[in-house]
Design a protein around this ligand. Structure first.
Ligand SMILES: Cc1cc2nc3c(=O)[nH]c(=O)nc-3n(C[C@H](O)[C@H](O)[C@H](O)COP(=O)(O)OP(=O)(O)OC[C@H]3O[C@@H](n4cnc5c(N)ncnc54)[C@H](O)[C@@H]3O)c2cc1C
Length: 230
């Protein structure tokens, strides 16, 4: 399952351990029991979520392949309860793949952390042109340094944080919920919101009962509720 994000990025599920009922199995081990009927198992999932017994959800594990701009990656790595391996800019050469926005945001007057889309077409076009010009200049400098024989680990210092990188990201169900609470939320930067929405879509497709219980009892963000509850 792969979902395209931004102009060149994606979220791809490459592997998964467990499903909705991994949490039930883990919780029932306390009583030396396992799965019973779907109805009772589903009720237990909701009970665990509602009462904050979240450790059983750690037994569901997702491995994602992500392609994302470096500035989004910087926000992602703050989520420490996950395993990450990232493509190396020391061993591989960057290609001219950068995130070029198709709209521009200006500061939100009401929400200090937030931004709002600029309605002025002239400013938008001008800002995007400035951004693209800066990228191109930086990439020309990078290419010239590489051609001169400068090591990739040094040449890359001229590149912007909009360059795309790739990573494998393995994260358990409990930590995904924490991630979605923070990043599938209007206070997060819109670019990482899009990655969070894609991750939520995969989480819902693979663990629908856990996802539904999460949205009902544990989700503190403000983006996913509407989609799920209508
Ligand atoms: C809107 C927004 C704005 C932000 N702005 C900034 C900013 O300006 N500057 C900045 O530096 N960061 C910022 N962050 C990052 C934020 O502070 C967190 O580092 C990040 O969101 C990861 O959250 P987390 O620690 O809950 O996740 P994880 O690191 O995945 O941790 C999950 C949970 O494990 C527990 N845990 C993990 N490590 C420890 C530990 N060492 N000690 C105790 N408990 C631990 C905590 O319960 C934690 O909630 C921002 C995040 C958001 C969503």
């Amino acid at each position: 399952m792969r979902i395209d994000v931004l102009d060149k990025g994606f979220v791809e599920l490459v592997d998964r351990m467990g499903d909705d009922y991994s949490a039930v199995q883990a919780a029932r081990v306390s009583y030396g029991k396992g799965l019973t009927s779907k109805d009772r198992d589903d009720r237990l999932i909701r009970y665990l979520m509602e009462h904050g017994h979240h450790s059983p959800f750690e037994h569901i594990v997702f491995k994602f392949h992500l392609k994302l701009p470096i500035f989004v990656m910087r926000q992602l790595v703050r989520h420490r309860i996950a395993s990450i391996n990232e493509r190396s800019g020391r061993y591989t050469e960057f290609s001219d793949e950068w995130y070029l926005p198709d709209s521009i945001r200006t500061p939100d007057g009401e929400n200090k952390q937030g931004s709002v889309e600029c309605a002025d077409k002239a400013i938008t076009q001008k800002a995007i042109a400035i951004i693209e010009e800066a990228y191109k200049n930086a990439f020309v400098a990078y290419s010239r340094l590489i051609e001169m024989g400068v090591a990739k680990e040094m040449a890359r210092i001229v590149l912007p944080t909009s360059m795309y990188t790739e990573a494998f990201w393995t994260i358990n169900g409990r930590s995904i919920m924490n991630f979605l609470n923070q990043r599938a939320d209007s206070h997060a930067q819109p670019e990482i919101q899009l990655y969070a929405s894609a991750i939520a879509e995969i989480f819902e497709a693979k663990c629908p009962v856990v996802y539904d219980a999460f949205i009902r009892y544990n989700y503190t963000g403000d983006l996913l509720n509407k989609e799920v509850r209508g």
